[in-house]
Ligand binder design. Structure first.
Ligand code: GDP
Ligand code: MG
Length: 164
């Protein structure tokens, strides 16, 4: 069956925007237990000769800050259990936060391929230097993208399919 790619990251980093940019129209929503933050959204995505299933793990996200880390751990666990490649999405505008580092540790320990993707790099001249702090996560080169402006997505997908 097709490889599975999961997007994991803090609320508001742009997971759904990235998902929609890659998915186009082919979206299906899968609901698990009502009221639980495990609802997932799936899409079939093609890149070059590859077809894969993309999952947005942040179906329902909490508003309260004390619930955010719990929700992120659940997302990360879904990704670790089901994905062949994990897109760990961060936000250059907010920078590297403690919650990013905690979830990144969890993903790294899983041994799954994890791509460190830094979103909201809408202007490479202006924001590329700001992505350097993400090297501190120790999981490799940050891949700059702008999900909203659809910049860098091809280079990101090239890295994704290398792991299939
Ligand atoms: P999620 O909570 O991780 O799913 O994030 P969303 O996709 O809902 O996006 C959160 C906010 O970030 C929204 O206001 C988006 O419009 C904005 N956003 C997403 N991607 C980008 C981007 O590439 N650049 C900028 N400037 N804003 C973005
Ligand atoms: Mg979302």
């Amino acid at each position: 069956s097709k490889p599975i790619v999961a997007i994991v990251g803090r609320p508001n980093v742009g997971k759904s925007t990235l998902f929609n940019a890659l998915a186009g129209e082919k979206i299906s929503i899968v609901k698990d237990t009502p009221g639980v933050t495990r609802d997932r959204i799936y899409a079939d995505v093609s890149w070059l000769d590859y077809n894969f299933t993309l999952i947005d793990t942040g179906g329902i996200e909490p508003d309260s800050s004390d619930m955010i880390l719990k929700s992120m751990r659940e997302q990360a666990q879904i990704a670790i259990d089901t994905a062949d490649v994990i897109i760990f999405l961060t936000d250059v505008r907010q920078g590297l936060l403690d919650a990013d580092a905690k979830v990144c540790d969890m993903l790294r320990r899983s041994g799954k391929p994890v791509l460190l993707v830094v979103n909201k790099v809408d202007n490479f001249d202006k924001f590329l230097m700001d992505t350097y702090e993400f090297y501190n996560l120790g999981i490799g080169d940050p891949i700059p993208v702008s999900a909203a402006s659809k910049l860098g997505l091809g280079d990101m997908l090239d890295e994704v399919v290398k792991h299939f």
